[in-house]
Design a protein around this ligand. Structure first.
Ligand SMILES: Cc1cc2nc3c(=O)[nH]c(=O)nc-3n(C[C@H](O)[C@H](O)[C@H](O)COP(=O)(O)O)c2cc1C
Length: 200
C-alpha cells in the first residue's frame, strides 16, 4: 500500500489478538527506526525489543493506557500486546534533547508494522523506574517511549473534531478519534489564508 494510504489508515490500537509478532518484523521496525532522520545525524537512539513471555507482563505493568477512557482503555488479559519496542536515548551520545529523533523513528516503526498488518500503541506514559529495572537499562540511557505491538483486535476510526479532542468508544466497541479539519491546520503561503478545496 502507498505510504500516503497507510498514513490515512493508521490508528492507535489498544486491543490485540494473541498471535505472536514475527521477530523479523520487529527487527525490520528497528532497522526502519535506525534509518530515520536524526538531528545533526547524532543517532542517539537505541531500542530494546521485548518478546520474552516472562517479560511481557512486567513491561505491560509499566505502561499506562488511554487516559480518556478510564479503566476501559487498558487492554485486558487476552488483549494485551505481544511485543514491545522500548525507545532509548543514549545520553552519552546526546546529552539532552533528541525527542524529535524519537518521533521520526517511532513513526517509521508504526508504518512498517501497519504495512505488515500489525497494530501499535505509542506509549509515553510509563513507570520508567520499573521499566528500567525490569530490562536492566543503564542510567545513561533515557527511556523515551514504548511502542506496543500486536495483531489488531479493535476497529478505530477518525471523525471530524467538533468541540473536543477526547477519543471515545461507542456501544459496538469502535474507537473514535476526533481530528482537526484539514482547513483549520493548513495555511497557504501566508498564515490565515486557508485552502478551501476538498481534502487531498
Ligand atoms: C508522544 C505520544 C505519547 C502517547 N502516549 C500514550 C500513552 O501513554 N498511552 C496511550 O494509550 N496512548 C498514548 N499515545 C497515543 C495517543 O493517545 C493517540 O495517538 C491519539 O489518541 C490519537 O489517536 P491516533 O493515533 O489513532 O491518531 C501517545 C501518542 C504520542 C504521539
Amino acid at each position: 500500500m502507498a505510504v500516503y494510504d497507510l498514513i490515512l489508515r493508521r490508528r492507535t490500537i489498544r486491543r490485540f489478538r494473541q498471535d505472536p509478532v514475527p521477530l523479523n518484523l520487529l527487527l525490520q521496525m528497528v532497522n526502519a527506526a535506525r534509518l530515520a532522520p536524526s538531528g545533526a545525524n547524532l543517532q542517539p537512539l537505541e531500542y530494546v525489543v521485548v518478546t520474552d513471555e516472562a517479560l511481557l507482563p512486567q513491561v505491560f505493568a509499566a505502561t499506562r493506557w488511554a487516559a480518556y477512557l478510564g479503566e476501559e482503555g487498558t487492554p485486558k488479559e487476552g488483549e494485551r500486546p505481544r511485543a514491545y519496542i522500548v525507545v532509548l536515548i543514549n545520553r552519552r551520545v546526546r546529552p539532552n534533547g533528541g525527542y524529535h529523533d524519537c518521533g521520526a523513528a517511532i513513526e517509521n516503526m508504526i508504518l512498517v508494522a501497519l504495512e505488515a498488518g500489525f497494530g501499535t500503541c505509542w506509549i509515553g506514559s510509563l513507570d520508567k523506574n520499573a521499566l528500567r529495572s525490569t530490562l536492566d537499562i543503564p542510567d545513561d540511557y533515557e527511556i523515551d517511549s514504548v511502542l506496543a505491538v500486536g495483531a489488531p483486535a479493535e476497529r478505530a476510526v477518525v471523525e471530524p473534531m467538533t468541540d473536543s479532542v477526547r477519543y471515545y468508544r461507542d456501544e459496538e466497541g469502535v474507537h473514535h478519534v476526533p481530528k482537526r479539519a484539514f482547513r483549520e491546520v493548513c495555511h497557504l503561503n501566508c498564515f490565515g489564508t486557508h485552502y478551501d478545496g476538498p481534502e487531498p
